[in-house]
Design a binder for this molecule. Structure first.
Ligand code: 3H9
Length: 691
């Protein structure tokens, strides 16, 4: 069997099967591109070959271009040349897609003369999530097979589609669950049409005759993001409609080459690798997770219910435990309602909804933990209550069970000390809504055993979370940094900014919501309770609470609400002005740039302390936490990546200004930040792979 690096060529009668085998995901790096070219060359003059099947592995037809190559000069043959070579083969080439066909992988398939997919296949052009657009003809060929509307939605959102959807859209010609790749070989024998996708024009017609169509389709897709890449995607699809193929393709290449060297794409490539790196906990070699067959969640509130759903969704039976029947009934009813809504919306089938709901069982009393291999406590955030619960768990849970608390800021070691088995105790900090948000902070206590950390991290993967191991301190990584932003936001109000100016600065930065809109959504009473517990004050927030303004739930907070729609409120301006006056502050206008710096730089400073203390292992871990738990805009790469882009000396200087103006020690540049700034360095040259 001829081999060309990671590519093999086998014969099945008059059909040649070219198989890509470049684990783990058949990324189209140089060796694979060279292998494909060599395989095609070997077949071009062979008159006994009547058709070619291009195949991958069960996991991946191909996960696309090798992202690690993007930093440097791309060597020939490039992917466009490989695709052209396929298009110009003298016999039909059929793509056989199992697993993923993403980005350059799907572009490769679109260079083939026909496409066969297996039911598990996932196809998409996710380049936009890397701050790019498809650069090997995807924006030109996909609209030619799927039409402009479907192509725009796939390219601008980057969301992959399944095999059935792809067939309905015209992306694949056949879906089969026959033998792989035999069913594609049989199909290849029937293909007589060698027409290239690039020569098809009929599906472009609707957009050609209706010049407003593209903008109408694109407008809702672009609404959510301030990033450049989605806009470039739209422009490139527009070019597919308006220009001949070669010009459209050249335009696509120009746009791609502009984006790939820009900060946004660097940020998103960093985010891609940081997310994966962050999930590799540093544990002693040979540490194995403990087996988990059954889970228990204590507390049927919003958090507990959401966590239980995570287990159920991953196929793990779970008992939800409450102390009172009414609370249990309410919690179970909310879970049932959430599943019913998902089924109604079509995000899962009714059968899936029933199966998932069926894995959750409610029970009164902590005896319900006896069978569980992992217990997650999600009761009220009060140390006394947590300790009582853990003392009981110690008595009731089976030996070896992992005992996790979902606390968002309390001391894990103090909680663990309520048990006789602190090695089994750790934090599993989910984010609200737990069944939606991807972040899981896995908080190791002083005595937590490596196997227990490994079990929680492994559980994170099984629950489809981004599980990041962090150390134990007040607020861990995410909330500890968030506290700095909350303090800064309050101070901005006192100094002269309005809530809407502060929120607008952060949404312009790329967050979906500003701190005050967020606070109104979550409820101002939450922050108030924490401040009370720790003897802290926040003059404006406290005054709003005193006036009964708890946010959306009371119809008034930092804003006035009519349903979910908010308007600024003069009464709030008056409260703020009064609090400023009490403190003798002369209010002034504060511009958007200063607002952004005052909100973000103190967080970065706290991130530096967190790194120095070893609470987070890598700057990328902090980035992954902010990207997946706090909606940090992906195209800004995370706070520590952003800091490196801004330059640490700028951040140090501004922090010095803030410290001098307020005397707040938290704003004094952290030693690590100051040291790196002095040395002209950043926290990290972004993950080596993404550089
Ligand atoms: C593109 O195609 C541009 C073209 O339009 C134009 C070119 C001119 N490259 O995620 P996993 C690694 S842009 C390099 O844990 P899963 C990944 O880092 C590309 N490496 O597995 C990890 O390494 P490690 C468009 C890649 O099963 C390992 O593979 N394509 C690539 O959960 C396993 O990955 C995309 O954006 C790559 N393309 O998910 C797809 N892909 O073990 C990006 C993966 O050292 N990839 N790796 O940590 C994905 O979305 C997921 O990885 C995938 C598998 C769904 C494929």
């Amino acid at each position: 069997m001829p081999e060309y690096g990671p590519v093999t060529v086998e014969r099945d009668g008059d059909v040649a099967v070219v198989t890509m085998n470049n684990p783990p995901v058949n990324a189209l790096g140089l060796a694979l591109r060279q292998g494909l070219m060599a395989a095609l060359d070997s077949l071009r003059g062979d008159a006994s070959v009547k058709a070619i099947v291009l195949a991958g592995t069960a996991r991946a037809f191909s996960g696309g271009a090798d992202i690690t190559e993007f930093g440097g000069a791309m060597q020939d043959p490039n992917l466009r040349q490989v695709i052209s070579a396929i298009e110009d083969m003298p016999v039909p080439v059929v793509a056989a897609m199992q697993g993923v066909a993403l980005g350059g992988g799907l572009e490769l398939a679109l260079g083939c003369h026909a496409r066969v997919a297996w039911p598990t296949a996932k196809m998409g052009l996710p380049e936009v999530k890397l701050g790019l657009l498809p650069g090997a003809g995807g924006t030109q060929r996909l609209p030619r097979v799927a039409g402009v509307e479907k192509a725009l939605s796939m390219i601008v959102t980057g969301t992959p589609i399944g095999a059935a959807d792809a067939q309905a859209a015209g992306v694949v010609d056949l879906v089969t669950d026959g033998p792989y790749p035999g069913a594609a070989v049989a199909y290849a024998r029937t293909v007589t049409d060698r027409r290239r996708v690039r020569d098809r024009e009929d599906k472009l017609e609707p957009a050609r005759t209706d010049p407003g169509l593209i903008d109408r389709i694109a407008a809702p897709l672009l609404k959510a993001s301030g990033a450049q890449a989605p806009r470039a995607c739209v422009e490139s699809v527009r070019a597919a409609v308006q220009m001949p193929f070669d010009e459209g393709a050249a335009n696509e290449r120009r746009l791609f080459e502009g984006l790939v060297v820009g900060d946004e794409s660097r940020a998103q490539r960093h985010a891609f690798f940081a997310e994966r790196e962050a999930q590799k906990a540093k544990l002693p070699p040979g540490t194995e997770p403990r087996p988990v067959q059954r889970a228990a969640v204590i507390g049927a509130g919003t958090m507990g219910g959401g966590i239980a759903m995570c287990f159920a969704n991953a196929g793990i039976p779970v008992t939800v435990i409450e102390t009172e029947q009414a609370a249990l009934d309410r919690g179970m009813a909310r879970i049932a309602e959430l599943y019913a809504t998902s089924a109604k919306r079509g995000s899962i089938t009714q059968q899936q909804a029933d199966e998932r709901r069926g894995r959750i069982q409610g029970q009164l009393g902590l005896e319900g933990v006896r069978d569980a291999d992992i217990v997650v406590e999600a009761v009220f955030e009060e140390m006394g209550i947590k300790k009582q619960v853990f003392a009981e768990l110690d008595r009731l849970a089976k030996p070896g069970a992992v005992l996790a608390t979902n606390t968002s800021y309390l001391d894990i070691d103090e909680i663990a000390a309520a048990t006789s088995r602190p090695g089994d105790v750790l934090g599993m900090h989910f984010f609200s809504p737990a069944n939606v948000m991807k972040l899981l902070e896995v908080v190791r206590g002083r005595n937590t055993s490596p196997a227990v950390i490994a079990t929680a991290a492994d559980m994170g993967r099984k629950l489809s979370k981004v599980g990041v191991v962090v150390g134990n301190c007040f607020g861990f990584v995410g909330n500890r940094m968030l506290a700095r932003r909350t303090d800064a936001a309050e101070r901005l109000l006192l100094d002269g900014a309005s809530p809407q100016e502060v929120d607008a600065a952060l949404t312009a930065f790329g967050f979906r919501m500003g701190p005050f809109a967020m606070s109104d959504l979550a409820g101002l009473d939450i922050g108030m309770r924490i401040r009370k517990a720790f003897g802290k004050r926040a003059p404006v927030a406290d005054a709003l609470c005193d006036a009964g303004r708890y946010g959306q739930k009371t119809g008034r907070g930092y804003y006035l609400y009519e349903g979910r729609a908010s308007t600024p409120d003069l009464a709030v301006d008056a409260i703020i002005a009064a609090e400023s006056a009490k403190l003798g502050i002369t209010r002034r206008h504060i511009g958007a740039e200063e607002i952004t710096e005052r909100l973000i730089y103190p967080m970065i400073n706290e991130g530096a302390r967190i790194l120095e203390e070893g609470i987070a292992e890598r700057p990328g871990d902090i980035d992954a936490i902010w990207l997946h738990g706090y909606n940090w805009p992906a195209w800004r790469g995370g706070p520590m990546f952003y800091a490196d882009l801004v330059g640490l000396s700028r951040i140090r200087d501004r922090l010095q200004d803030f410290h001098a103006a307020t005397g707040d020690e938290a704003l004094r540049p952290a030693p690590l930040l100051a040291r790196l700034a002095d040395a002209g360095q950043g926290f990290s040259t972004p993950t080596k792979k993404a550089a």
